[in-house]
Design a binder for this molecule. Structure first.
Ligand code: SF4
Ligand SMILES: [Zn+2]
Length: 96
């Protein structure tokens, strides 16, 4: 089976180090724990990181109760990330 990583179509968490123009620019993020679909890669610091020419993907997702999750990987075609309280969440999460 060919594996293609889901892209992060949009991330509105502009104060993350990897965010530029509502896009995520790290190679891949890790999402969640057993109970919550937060972006584990979210990081606030005084300067920007990542590569501006990269469109980030979902590397792994630990949210097994999402209907897009198969064997602890995300099978969605793409995801959106947004602010929730003071952290970043996968907004494409959909409970099984
Ligand atoms: S859509 Fe579901 S499986 Fe994919 S990253 Fe978001 S929470 Fe994880
Ligand atoms: Zn959250």
């Amino acid at each position: 089976m060919a594996i293609t990583l889901p892209k992060i179509i949009k991330c509105s968490v502009t104060d993350c180090a990897y965010n530029k123009d509502n896009k995520c620019h790290t190679l891949a993020i890790t999402v969640g724990d057993a109970s919550h679909a937060a972006c584990d890669t979210f990081f606030k610091t005084s300067h920007k990181g990542g590569s501006p020419d990269l469109m980030a993907s979902v590397g792994a997702c630990k949210v097994e109760n999402c209907r897009h999750n198969k064997s602890l990987e995300c099978s969605a075609s793409g995801i959106n990330v947004g602010l929730h309280s003071n952290h970043a969440d996968c907004q494409t999460f959909s409970a099984r």
